[in-house]
Design a protein around this ligand. Structure first.
Ligand SMILES: [Zn+2]
Length: 147
């Protein structure tokens, strides 16, 4: 996930090296949550289960072997290229201690940051409304609403 410009100053100056160390040296270029390999196209079912081509088995969203006993409809399988990101477990970019960082694929990163993203959307709407209240002429707003 790209770093927001207003948060860039919160990251340490060696963030690129720190992130690479966590993703590739510590995690071995695999998601530390589900085990998906970095920069590989993996088949998945959309519910977290994915096909591990090296081990020739299906894995759960926690990386455990998942025996699928019933047949899988071909239309249910999707392909995704996995890209690892380095995530802050407490959502604080100022806390870059190794225990607070985790290498996550885009699916795990999205699930991990969902609450934070909801809050950020609410905050952006709140700021926009506050600016509108300060600078817009209420008579124009009323006219726009009456149309
Ligand atoms: Zn993952």
């Amino acid at each position: 996930m790209p770093i927001r410009p207003e948060n860039r100053w919160l990251y340490p100056i060696d963030w690129q090296q720190l992130s690479a160390t966590v993703r590739f040296r510590r995690a071995g270029a695999r998601c530390e949550q589900c085990g998906r390999p970095h920069l590989r196209r993996v088949a998945h079912l959309g519910d977290g289960r994915w096909r591990d081509g090296e081990a020739r088995c299906w894995r759960s969203d926690r990386g455990r072997r998942n025996a699928i006993r019933t047949g899988i409809a071909l239309g249910a399988v999707r392909m995704t290229k996995v890209v690892l990101a380095c995530a802050h477990l407490d959502h604080d970019p100022g806390n870059s201690t190794p225990g607070n960082l985790k290498a996550l694929c885009q699916r795990c990163q999205t699930l991990h940051a969902a609450a934070e993203h909801r809050w950020q959307r609410w905050w952006n709407r709140f700021r926009l409304r506050a600016c509108r209240d300060l600078y817009e002429d209420p008579r124009l707003t009323r006219q726009r609403l009456s149309r």
